[in-house]
Structures are given as C-alpha cells and as structure tokens.
Design a protein. Structure first.
Length: 115
C-alpha cells in the first residue's frame, strides 16, 4: 500500500498559489504572455488598478523569478518586462483556469461580479 503525505501533495500547489496570490499578478502574467511590454502598456491594461499597485506586483513577480526586467541604456530610460522561462510555465495554469471557468460558467452561470 502506498501512502502519501498530504503536505507533500499540497506543497507545490501552495507554492504556486503563494506566487500568484492575487488577481493583479495573474493579469500581469496574462498580459505578458503576449510578449515583452513596457510599464505604461501594463498600466493601460489595468484601468481599475493604480500605478503603485502595478509597480508593487511587478517587483514581487520579479523577486519570485516569474518576470524579467530589462533596462535599456537610453535617454529617456526604457524598461520592459517579460515572462521568464519559468514564468512561461504559468501559461498552462492559466489555460487550465480558463477551461475550468468556461465549464463552471456553462453549468452554474457567472454568479459572481467578476471585475
């Protein structure tokens, strides 16, 4: 009989949830799936989120190695953000979440005010 420690199973899931622990981070990852973006482009995609919040979430994603920040030696300075190789792995997670959302909405409808 094979026994599995529940903590061992939950560790990777808990780690993933800790990294992408809010909607803003998930949307930033989603935006960057389209390729490298400048800060202003990311902010424009978030009309309901402040620049301060976007800055904070970008720093957190960079610290977790999900995104890479490239500073170009130009005047005026130019900074671009892109998903790192490990960050690109989150596409599979987002695709699964999308599929789940479609199935759930088809069966139960959108009962929540999705923002």
């Amino acid at each position: 009989m094979i026994t599995t420690d529940v903590k061992e199973l939950q560790c990777p899931v808990a780690l993933t949830l800790d990294i992408i622990n809010d909607k803003s981070k998930i949307f930033i990852v989603y935006i960057l799936l389209g390729g490298q973006k400048r800060f202003k482009d990311i902010c424009e995609a978030f009309s309901q989120v402040t620049q301060k919040t976007v800055t904070q979430k970008l720093k957190e994603l960079e610290a977790d190695h999900i995104i890479e920040r490239t500073v170009f030696a130009e005047v005026p300075p130019r900074v671009e953000y892109a998903l790192s190789p490990i960050g690109l792995e989150l596409k599979k997670v987002l695709d699964s979440m999308h599929a789940f959302g479609e199935v759930y909405a088809a069966k139960y409808g959108c009962k929540r005010d999705v923002k």
